[in-house]
Design a binder for this molecule. Structure first.
Ligand code: TYD
Ligand code: MG
Length: 465
């Protein structure tokens, strides 16, 4: 006889254990484990062999000539781009939502997820699609107020403020399925098939499962909003990532105006095209040419600042890397702080600079910042970061009309970066005259100072006034 028992589920990663622990053994998050009622399972014995007694179905051939569903434009080009499919594809199949697919949009609270989806819903409704927007966080009037501010007062979006998945699916099931259904957010939804408060992993999983089934059977594109908090308070989109087709992260610093929509998983397209937006008084505006967005007004006389021509998917984005090193009293452990780049990568670069170039940072605090709130993931940032660090330590500015890019190996050798000609072209367009780049990088739109090793860059920058 099966009995209902208690199990302990990590609210961040969903892993299950039989006893409570302060730290999750799988994802190593602290204080994320909560007691939940275990689902009732009947014992599986040999008697229950799964062969026979089931329904027989016909298999289809991959080669069958069926008409595939067209992607649906959200009316927001940058969102369509992040959803994939647009680049290089035929015009008839431009980027956008795949009917019946499920998209998870994750991000910190207040970053602009609701704003973005309300704008998309409004534009799709204007284009004649049936769109439903269900908010579990705001009352319908609040959503209406926001829509008015976004200039969407007249958009015929079907609005509801509900949290019961059964009620939502009953209501939707009674009419024509919408082209897009937005659930804002999945953490506020609850399914009455399970006990437990909304927001727990089991509730999030069960609610999402029901909604996904609805999307797959009706062909409605489902968008789930998921909050991510640093302390793992809300049940994690980590669990959801496996269940959905596409995962987009909406990132940026709340104090900056720019937002980036970054795909991290996509069953229907690539994950290298980002969407760029700017948050203004009347909502999110698309930034179709982001190349100069993250460049600040530059003054050639500052040491520690280097411009890096990053590639975000197929688009170049120039940004300024800033480094500051401060000598500390002997004996104190020097701090390392990074905004917008990987701190592990910084430690690696500092070690390479020390071991291969004899530049010691052991008695210095090191601060690294990517200006403008961009999070740089392009591996070619190594050389620009190294140049900024060298410049900061030696207090010699890097020529202000130069950019730097390339990957640094642990040996101190430099590896050429991909899409170098595109980077050079964009930098030239924005007024830069030369580039520090690994040996083997062809001079294209501008003069390239080819460096075989990091040590060569150190020598070259030491020659600066
Ligand atoms: P919101 O979409 O509610 O964030 P999320 O759904 O991700 O929690 O965005 C809230 C923030 O955006 C809020 O701090 C105010 C800002 N904002 C603007 O600056 N302009 C606007 O037009 C709107 C609607 C919001
Ligand atoms: Mg919101």
């Amino acid at each position: 006889m099966a009995r209902a028992a208690t199990r302990y589920v990590c609210q961040a990663c969903g892993s299950v254990s039989s006893r409570w622990q302060g730290q999750c053994g799988d994802c190593e998050a602290w204080n994320t484990i909560q007691a939940e009622a275990a689902p009732v399972v009947t014992a599986f014995t040999a008697k229950h062999s799964l062969s026979g007694g089931g329904r027989k179905f016909a298999m289809a051939s991959l080669a069958d000539d069926v008409e595939l569903p067209k992607r649906l434009s959200t009316g927001i080009g940058e969102l369509d781009r992040a959803l994939g499919g647009a680049i290089g594809g035929p015009a008839a199949n431009a980027g956008g939502l795949v009917p019946g697919s499920v998209v998870l949009i994750g991000g910190d609270p207040g970053i602009g997820k609701s704003t973005l989806l309300l704008q998309a819903a409004g534009r799709m409704a204007r284009d004649g699609h049936v769109v439903a927007y269900v908010s579990g966080e705001e009352a319908a009037d609040q959503v209406r107020l926001r829509a008015r501010r976004l200039g969407l007062a007249k958009a015929d979006v079907q609005l509801a403020s509900e949290t019961s998945v059964r009620d939502i699916l009953t209501t939707l099931g009674a009419g024509k399925p919408p082209a897009m259904l937005v659930i804002d957010s999945i953490q506020t939804m609850h399914s009455d098939t399970l006990e437990g408060a909304p927001g727990t992993v089991s509730q999030v999983r069960a609610s999402a499962q029901e909604l996904i089934r609805y999307a797959k059977t009706t062909g409605c594109a489902l968008i789930l909003v998921g909050h991510v908090t640093k302390d793992g308070q809300l049940a994690g989109p980590r669990v959801l990532e496996h269940m959905v087709d596409t995962v987009l992260y909406f990132e940026g610093e709340r104090s900056h105006q720019y937002r980036i929509l970054r795909p991290v998983k996509n069953r229907f397209g690539g994950t290298d095209e980002i969407g760029v937006f700017s948050m203004g008084a009347d909502g999110l505006e698309e930034v179709t040419n982001p190349s100069s967005l993250f460049l600040t007004d530059r003054d050639g006389s500052v040491s520690g600042a280097v411009v890096f021509p990053a590639m975000e998917g197929t688009r170049p984005v120039l940004c300024e890397i800033q480094a500051l090193v401060v000598k500390v009293a002997s004996g104190a452990t020097p701090r390392r702080a990074v905004v917008g780049w990987d701190s592990g990568r910084l430690s690696m670069l500092l070690a390479v600079l020390e071991a291969r170039c004899g530049l010691g940072f052991g008695t210095h605090e090191v601060y690294l910042n990517v200006a403008g709130g961009l999070k740089v993931q392009d591996p070619a940032a190594d050389l620009a970061v190294a140049a900024a660090l060298i410049s900061a330590l030696t207090d010699r500015p890097v020529p202000h009309d130069a950019v730097a890019f390339g990957e640094v190996a642990l040996s101190g050798e430099l590896r050429p970066a991909g899409l170098a000609s595109l980077r050079l072209k964009e930098a030239a367009k924005l007024g830069f005259a030369s580039a520090f780049a690994p040996k083997g990088t062809a001079s294209g739109a501008m003069r390239v100072e080819a460096m075989p090793t990091l040590a060569a860059l150190v020598d070259r920058l030491a020659g600066q006034p």
